[in-house]
Design a binder for this molecule. Structure first.
Ligand code: FES
Ligand code: MG
Length: 571
């Protein structure tokens, strides 16, 4: 990369302010001189290491060690590294849902980066929301930024077989019901599924987010798939530490990398890898921070005809370790080059095309060729109709093909408690042809839009041997989940979307090939019901949840807080 000459470092506004005087004196002294630093430290690029390490965030516990490798790289390149903590969200632990806090975490990242004397920043990420939240925050500041994805755990291995986090858990109810597993077996499976530090091993949201960061050009090539505890992860972190100093010298900022073309590439790659549906709300929120136009329909237009190449759970068979062995994302980026904008710049100053042109696939059973894909069409279908005027989404590659066109009677659950109370009631009028409709799990309704859309099937349907039914909600679904599940219905029921008006027995018509989702009732009847509808009382009376429900945008816009959209442009 060519250095941009005479560009004053941002940190110099703190340490050597124009006119000299006591401002610089105070900042130099109060800030770091007490650490015993030589005077020439103050002219070096200051690199923040934004660490989402937390013992409350089990997928990110190794990031403290990994930060040491980043620091080594920064020092080698003659920068000055400063690690700082921000809020972290452990998907499997934090209540009521990590998604409620993605935007809060992004505010922490933005203010920590923007308000401090940093010339560049390295984002250490792992668990689902920690990647989009930190990227959103950094995007709003727009200084040179590189992502070091924390990496997945080692493969879960149980009795000679791979078991994928999440995906396996969703199958447990079936296995226990069928007598295939006992409670004792479960205890064994639990420890076998989490063999090392790192995030979930399937192509769930965390892996999809790491791949998103690489596809956007925000990581060094090949970073996304390296397992958390592989020695090569440390190498990648050290090289990223060196690289961020070069990025500062070249003034290569996020806005140079995160162009509309980069977002289009990310959509195409998320389809080819069979990535999470959560990718949609995260990518849109990042685009919103960068001021790049990206709407829900773009995900269908650009992604839905893309072939599925990566044979990972939940759409396929393997886990992240095999993906890395097979060559990782560079192979997919190379295979998909005909569909991509290869001329976009990435963090190493080279184009996406240059970075991945020589990637070789080492396992053809893990990464398929586009000419013989695992599935001809992957990606996300965006549905429209009187049930979802602003859209809803479904991941056809994770669904049952025969249910993609389906008409069935609605069985309505007003909220998650209602669902839990009723689902295994023997008197519940439900069979395999019914359509399960769950209300009040959207951004405002829950609040926070939890991952509950892949509702468990009723026992009496499972006992007949059926493994899937059509399910519709305004919530999300874990990236590790599967099934004929319509998600992100917008507007959500809690703000008066038509989903709120559906009653038991209404006919629901799903037609994925024609992108339609309707309830078969007249506009007049909808209007009659609307007049009687009363909004549910919000549980979010104070604090951040109250701020959230009053300012959160609907799913089709990315679920950011309305006042966070955009870029601070303060540097
Ligand atoms: Fe953290 Fe799955 S719980 S990635
Ligand atoms: Mg997840």
């Amino acid at each position: 990369m060519k250095d941009k000459e005479h560009k004053k470092l941002r940190s110099q506004e703190w340490f050597a302010p124009s006119g000299g005087g006591k401002g610089g004196f105070v900042h130099r002294k109060a800030w770091r001189k007490n650490q015993g630093l030589p005077a020439d430290t103050y002219g070096k690029p200051v690199i923040g290491i934004c660490n989402t390490w937390s013992e409350l965030s089990p997928c990110n516990t190794h990031l403290r060690d990994l930060a040491e490798s980043v620091k080594r790289g920064v020092l080698e390149a003659d920068g000055y590294p400063l690690e700082f903590p921000i809020m972290s969200t452990g998907e499997s632990i934090i209540k009521p849902t990590a998604m409620l806090f993605r935007n809060l975490m992004s505010m922490d990242a933005e203010e920590s980066i923007g308000s401090n004397p940093l010339d560049g920043v390295v984002l250490l990420t792992g668990c689902d929301k920690t990647t989009p939240a930190t990227i959103m925050g950094a995007a709003s500041v727009d200084i040179p930024t590189i992502v070091v994805p924390g990496g997945a755990m080692l493969n879960g291995r149980f009795r000679g077989k791979n078991i994928g986090n999440g995906t396996y858990v969703w199958k447990l109810k079936e296995k226990i019901n069928s007598g295939e597993l006992t409670e004792d077996d479960l205890k064994d499976a639990e420890v076998c599924s989490a063999r090392s530090e790192g995030h979930c091993t399937t192509m769930g949201t965390a892996s999809s987010m790491a791949c998103m960061a690489e596809a956007l050009g925000l990581t060094l090539p090949g970073a996304a798939a390296i397992p958390a505890v592989d020695a090569r992860k440390k190498v990648m972190a050290q090289l990223s530490g060196r690289q961020i100093v070069d990025m500062v010298k070249a003034d290569l900022k996020m806005s140079n990398i995160l162009t509309r073309k980069a977002f289009e590439n990310a959509i195409i790659i998320n389809a080819a890898i069979g990535g999470s549906t959560n990718f949609i709300v995260h990518l849109q929120a990042i685009a919103g921070r960068m001021g790049v136009e990206l709407n829900l329909q773009d995900f269908d237009d650009l992604g839905s005809k893309i072939p599925l190449l990566v044979n990972l759970m939940p759409s396929g068979k393997y886990l992240m370790e095999e993906f890395y062995d097979a060559g990782g994302l560079p192979v997919v980026l190379n295979y998909m080059k005909e569909h991509l904008h290869n001329d976009v710049i990435t963090v190493n100053g080279k184009t996406l095309g240059e970075n991945n042109a020589n990637a070789i696939c080492f396992r053809e059973d893990v990464i398929y060729k586009p000419s013989e894909p695992l599935q001809k069409e992957a990606g996300i279908a965006v549905l429209k109709g009187n049930l979802c005027k602003n859209g809803a989404v479904i991941k056809p590659s994770a669904a049952t093909e025969s249910l993609l066109v389906h008409t069935g009677k609605a069985v309505v659950f007003e909220n998650m408690n209602d669902f839990r109370n009723k689902i295994d009631d023997p008197d519940l009028d439900i069979d395999e042809n019914s359509v399960m409709v769950l209300k009040n799990v959207g951004p405002v309704g829950f609040p926070g839009m939890p991952e509950v859309g892949n509702l468990d099937l009723p026992k009496k349907v499972l006992e007949k041997g059926f493994k899937d039914m059509v399910r519709i909600s305004d919530g999300r679904m874990s990236g590790t989940a599967f099934g004929t599940v319509v998600l992100h219905v917008s507007p959500e029921s809690a703000v008066g979307g038509n989903l709120a008006l559906v009653e038991n027995g209404d006919l629901i018509i799903l037609d994925v090939p024609n992108r339609k989702l309707n309830v078969d009732i007249s506009d007049e009847e909808l209007q009659r019901r609307r007049e009687k509808w009363v909004a549910p009382e919000s549980k979010a009376k104070r604090g951040y949840p109250n701020l959230y429900v009053n300012t959160v945008e609907q799913a089709h816009l990315g679920v950011d807080l309305d006042f966070l959209v955009g870029n601070s442009k303060d540097n």
